[in-house]
Design a protein around this ligand. Structure first.
Ligand SMILES: Cc1cc2nc3c(=O)[nH]c(=O)nc-3n(C[C@H](O)[C@H](O)[C@H](O)COP(=O)(O)OP(=O)(O)OC[C@H]3O[C@@H](n4cnc5c(N)ncnc54)[C@H](O)[C@@H]3O)c2cc1C
Length: 541
C-alpha cells in the first residue's frame, strides 16, 4: 500500500473555483501559506466561473451612472428582499444579503478592477420580475472576457505565489473528509491518482461549490411541495464535482446546512452535442418573441412565458405540467435576432474581447450560431409548415404528445393578435415585449412584434427545452466572518465556508430567487470575508 502524502500550510482551501481562488489570494497577499486542493484537472482551474458568462450585480456603479441609471443600496435591498422573499428573521441569510448589497460595488467590483478585470460599459436588465417585482433598474454588469476575464487575471496572481512557494496547489485531489483531532478541525483528507493524502492547517475553508451537478442530490432535496415530483429527465448545467459531498461531511461535524431545497434552475436547457459528462446541458437565454408551448404544443397563457422577467416563475410554471419540459416555437428571423446561450463557450466575441465582432453580432444577429445549433443540437427541429414541425417535434421525443391542430391554432391566434396592430393588440407577451424594447440594450436584441408564421422568415424552428440544474441557493450556514455554524448557531472553530458551498453567504443569502449576476459576486465577497477573518485570527484557534 502506498503511503499517505502529507501537505501542511497555515490554511487549507478545498476547491479552486472562484470562491477558493479569492480566499487563497487574499490570504497569500497577507503573507499566509496556503494549500489549495481541487478534484478537477488543472485546465479547469476556476471551476464554474471559468465557464460562466461573467454577469455581475452591482449597485450604483460607475457603469450605471454613466448610463444615467439611478440606483441606491436602499432600492437594491428592497428589490432583493422582496424578490427572494427573504425573511428578516432568517438571521444569517438576511445579514449576508444586507452586507452584500451594501458592499458589492466597492468590495467586489472595486477589488476586481484593481486586479485588471474590466467591466463593459452597457448594463443589462435581467430578472425584472413578472408578478413579483425584481430589479427595479438594470444591474447586470458584463465582465469583458466573460468568466475568463475574471479567472485569468486571478490565476496570474496565484501563479506568482505558487512560484514563490507560498501556495501549494494540487489538482486531481478529491477531498473525502474533514480531519479532526481532539475534537478540533485540523485539516482534510482524500485521494489523488497517486494515492491518499492528508492536508493540515490552522484553518480549513470549504470552497467546493454546491449540489447542482449531482442529480441524485438535487432530487433528494427537490421542493416537492412547490414543483411536485422532479422532472423525469433534467440536464446538468453545472459540473460533476458540484455534488454536495463536502456539505454532507460538514453536516457530520455538526454544521447547519440550510435552504438546500432552494435552487436556481433554468427552464431553457438543451443538450450539449459534445457533452463533457452525461446529461451535460446548455442554458439558452430564453428568447422573447417565440411562442412558448407545453409538451403538447399548447401555448402557456396563464401567463404567457417570456424570458428576462422571472427565472423561477418559468421553472415553476413548467413544473406544474404532467411532463416537465417545454418548447419554444419561432422562425429563423426571430432566432437570428434573439438567440443567445449563457456562458463563455457560446459568447466568443465577449470571451475573446473582440469588440467589432461583438457589435456586429448585436446589430446583425446571431445567424451563424443559430445554424450551428440547427446542425448539431439534437433539441432543434425545423420545418416549413406547422404541421410538419409538429411531426418533427413528436419524432424528437418519440411520442405523439404534440397536437398539431392545437399548436397551429395557438400560433394562429398569436399571429392574429400581432396583425391587429399596436392599438388593438391584447396579449401579455406582446405587452412584455413592448416593455423590454423600451430599453436600448434589449431593443437591439428583441424583434418588434414578429409573427411566427411569416413567409419571409422561414423556416420555422422548434426547440425542446428541459429543466437544467445550475446553482444551489442554500448551503452551509456561516456567520458574517464566513465561520461555519453548528445547529446551535455557534462557530465550529477553524472551519470556514465560502461561495456556493455556503449559499453564497449565510447558507442562502438570496432567499428563493436571485436578481442574477449575484453568484460570481457572492464568491468574491465571501472569499474576501473569510480571508479577512482568518488573517485577523477570528475563528481560528
Ligand atoms: C455556464 C455558466 C454560466 C454562469 N454565468 C454566471 C453569471 O453570468 N453570473 C453569475 O453570477 N454566475 C454565473 N454562473 C454561476 C457561477 O459561475 C458559480 O455560481 C460560481 O462560479 C461558483 O463558484 P464556487 O467557487 O463557489 O464553486 P465552483 O465553481 O463549483 O468551484 C468549486 C471547486 O471545488 C472543486 N471540488 C468540489 N468538490 C471537491 C472535493 N470533494 N474535493 C476537492 N475539490 C472539490 C470543484 O472541482 C471546483 O473546482 C454561471 C455558471 C455556469 C456553469
Amino acid at each position: 500500500m502506498s503511503e499517505t502524502t502529507k501537505y501542511e500550510a497555515e490554511v487549507v482551501v478545498i476547491g479552486a473555483g472562484l470562491a477558493g481562488m479569492v480566499t487563497a489570494l487574499e490570504l497569500l497577499d497577507a503573507g499566509k501559506r496556503v494549500v489549495m486542493l481541487d478534484a478537477a484537472t488543472r485546465e479547469r482551474y476556476g471551476g464554474l466561473a471559468l465557464l460562466s458568462f461573467g454577469g455581475m450585480f452591482f449597485v450604483d456603479s460607475p457603469e450605471q451612472r454613466k448610463n444615467g441609471i439611478k440606483d441606491s443600496v436602499d432600492l437594491a435591498m428592497s428589490d432583493w428582499v422582496r424578490y427572494g422573499d427573504l425573511d428578516p428573521d432568517d438571521v444569517w441569510p438576511f445579514r449576508w444579503a444586507e452586507a452584500y448589497v451594501n458592499r458589492c460595488t466597492e468590495e467586489v467590483r472595486g477589488w476586481l478592477a484593481e486586479r485588471d478585470v474590466s467591466i463593459f460599459r452597457a448594463v443589462g436588465w435581467t430578472e425584472r420580475g413578472y408578478f413579483v417585482p425584481g430589479n427595479s433598474v438594470p444591474r447586470f454588469h458584463i465582465v469583458w472576457g466573460t468568466g475568463e476575464g475574471i479567472v485569468l487575471p486571478l490565476i496570474e496572481r496565484l501563479d506568482a505565489h505558487e512560484k514563490s512557494g507560498k501556495l501549494e496547489l494540487h489538482f486531481d485531489h478529491r477531498v473525502d473528509g474533514i480531519t479532526q483531532e481532539g475534537g478540533q478541525v485540523v485539516g482534510c483528507h482524500g485521494a489523488s491518482n497517486a494515492g491518499s493524502f492528508e492536508a493540515k492547517g490552522d484553518a480549513v475553508v470549504i470552497a467546493a461549490g454546491g449540489i447542482a451537478g449531482d442529480h441524485d442530490k438535487v432530487r433528494e432535496v427537490w421542493p416537492r411541495d412547490q414543483w411536485g415530483e422532479p422532472p423525469e429527465h433534467m440536464l446538468n448545467g453545472s459540473i460533476l464535482e458540484a455534488d454536495g459531498k463536502l456539505l454532507d461531511r460538514a453536516q457530520e461535524l455538526g454544521a447547519n446546512i440550510t435552504h438546500l431545497e432552494k435552487m436556481w434552475n433554468y427552464a431553457a436547457g438543451v443538450r450539449h452535442w459534445e457533452p463533457l459528462f452525461p446529461n451535460h446541458g446548455l442554458s439558452l437565454v430564453p428568447a422573447k418573441s417565440p411562442v412558448w408551448v407545453n409538451y403538447q404544443g399548447r401555448r402557456f397563457v396563464d401567463p404567457p412565458l417570456v424570458g428576462a422577467y422571472d427565472t423561477l416563475m418559468l421553472v415553476d410554471r413548467i413544473c406544474q405540467e404532467k411532463k416537465k419540459y417545454s418548447w419554444q416555437v419561432m422562425n429563423r428571423k426571430i432566432a437570428n435576432k434573439e438567440f443567445a446561450v449563457s456562458g463563455a463557450e457560446f459568447n466568443p466575441a465577449v470571451r475573446d474581447k473582440k469588440m467589432l465582432t461583438f457589435l456586429l453580432r448585436l446589430l446583425q444577429g446571431n445567424g451563424e450560431q443559430v445554424q450551428e445549433f440547427i446542425d448539431h443540437c439534437p433539441d432543434f427541429v425545423t420545418a416549413s409548415t406547422v404541421g410538419e414541425l409538429a411531426d418533427k417535434m413528436n419524432a424528437l421525443t418519440g411520442t405523439q404528445d404534440v397536437d398539431a391542430v392545437l399548436l397551429e391554432r395557438d400560433i394562429a391566434d398569436y399571429d392574429a393578435n400581432i396583425a391587429r396592430g399596436p392599438k388593438l393588440q391584447n396579449d401579455d407577451q406582446l405587452r412584455r415585449i413592448a416593455h423590454v424594447r423600451q430599453y436600448l440594450g434589449d431593443r437591439l436584441r428583441t424583434c418588434n412584434m414578429a409573427r411566427i408564421v411569416d413567409p419571409d422568415a422561414m423556416p420555422l424552428i422548434a426547440i425542446r427545452m428541459q429543466i437544467l440544474t445550475r446553482k444551489s441557493l442554500g448551503g452551509i450556514q456561516v456567520d458574517l466572518d464566513a465561520k461555519v455554524l453548528n445547529q446551535q448557531g455557534d462557530p465550529i472553530p477553524n472551519l470556514f465556508a465560502v461561495g456556493e458551498a455556503c449559499g453564497f453567504g449565510g447558507g442562502g443569502m438570496h432567499g428563493k430567487r436571485a436578481l442574477e449576476g449575484t453568484f460570481l459576486g457572492g464568491c468574491v465577497y465571501s472569499g474576501r470575508v473569510a480571508a479577512r477573518a482568518i488573517n485577523s485570527g477570528h475563528g481560528v484557534r
